[in-house]
Design a protein. Structure first.
Length: 342
């Protein structure tokens, strides 16, 4: 197949991402705008504001990506976009723009699952993994373990039964009075916490399966805060440390259990929580002892971004998956990864 230029558009939540990927030479350019500063005033994402900001940002970001790549709009061979899951209004902005542009150019549109973008994002790194591998997806409201045998070939091994790790991080950060976005703030605070001073349970650590449950950890943190009354800075750091240690213990143990059960020796970690330094340190330590190689996306690709959507679209284009003429479309705010795109 000759080289193809794929445009990727990401608008599932509070980041607008646009990128250009060449199927032969790789990522050419990517541009990203985060809405964090806008939503901080409200302590979380306001869907209507997010949608409106995507409208304002998409065209300027596309122009920036084209300028950085040295390519022209007419050279684009396909337009990939996030079809779901995510905020319905935010998804509609990216999908409508992508489908409209694809129709105007007479090119195919490629709907992409947001989690598939995260799942494949380590392939953007300088040391990409080969298929097959086990993947730990820890992104926003999702905590899942998957077996990945190729593009579009995903088998769910385990998932969260309630709050995902990212959700639990954000909710616990909020009860500790940390600013939005809470997850990174809690991780930073945990670095100054004292190990073992405060100990929380490890939910479902010995459940015998690969599922997760993190809502109880949030409750344990809330109970500890209420017991103290008004925790000082050191006590808040100790709670953050205990919470992070508990989440990391469960994620590491279940990931290694999935590896052992699969007989594979490659583990991919993707999604926002995949940027957590303690999680990376502990996984590398355990994996090293088991002769398992762990692959992570570059830190800039842990957050939502257009590069991962462009890559997923390019890989689907090469595999002949999810190709359709531009035109009628629908977004999928709730969408299991193992269901087909379209």
């Amino acid at each position: 197949m000759p080289a193809m230029l794929v445009l990727g558009i990401e608008s599932s939540c509070d980041e607008t991402g646009v990128a250009l990927h060449d199927t032969q030479t790789g990522l050419l350019a990517h541009a990203l705008h985060s809405q964090v500063a806008m939503h901080q005033e409200y302590g979380g994402v306001v869907p209507e504001l997010a949608s409106r900001d995507h409208i304002r940002r998409t065209v300027p970001l596309l122009r920036k990506a084209l300028d950085e790549s040295g390519r022209a709009l007419g050279e684009i061979d396909a337009v990939a976009y996030t079809q779901g899951p995510g905020l319905a209004g935010a998804l509609l902005v990216g999908a409508a723009f992508a489908e409209g542009l694809a129709a105007a150019l007479g090119r195919p549109a490629i709907p992409v699952h947001h989690l598939e973008g995260h799942l494949l994002s380590p392939l953007l790194s300088r040391r990409p993994p080969a298929f097959p591998f086990i993947a730990l997806l820890v992104s926003g409201g999702h905590s899942q373990l998957m077996r990945v045998d190729g593009v579009g070939q995903y088998r769910l091994l385990g998932e969260t039964l309630d709050d995902a790790a990212g959700e639990a991080f954000d909710k616990t950060a909020k009860l500790l009075g940390l600013p939005y976005p809470g997850g990174p703030a809690l991780s930073a605070l945990a670095e100054s916490g004292r190990p073992g001073v405060c100990v929380f349970p490890r939910p479902m650590l010995n459940s015998g399966d690969l599922d997760f449950s993190f809502s109880g950890l949030k409750t344990a943190a809330l109970t500890r805060v209420r017991e103290i009354g008004e925790p000082d800075a050191r006590q808040r750091a100790d709670i953050a440390r205990a919470f992070q240690d508990a989440v990391v213990d469960v994620l590491v143990e279940k990931s290694m259990r999935a590896i052992r059960g699969s007989g594979l020796a490659r583990l991919v970690v993707a999604g926002g929580v995949g940027a957590n330094r303690e999680l990376r340190r502990r996984l590398d330590e355990r994996a090293g002892r088991a002769n398992v190689t762990v692959f992570y996306p570059e830190l800039e690709f842990c957050t939502d971004n257009g590069a991962m959507i462009a890559l997923a679209g390019a890989l689907r284009l090469q595999a002949g998956l999810s190709l359709k003429p531009a035109g009628a479309f629908a977004v999928r705010p709730r969408w299991p990864l193992c269901e087909p795109a379209g």
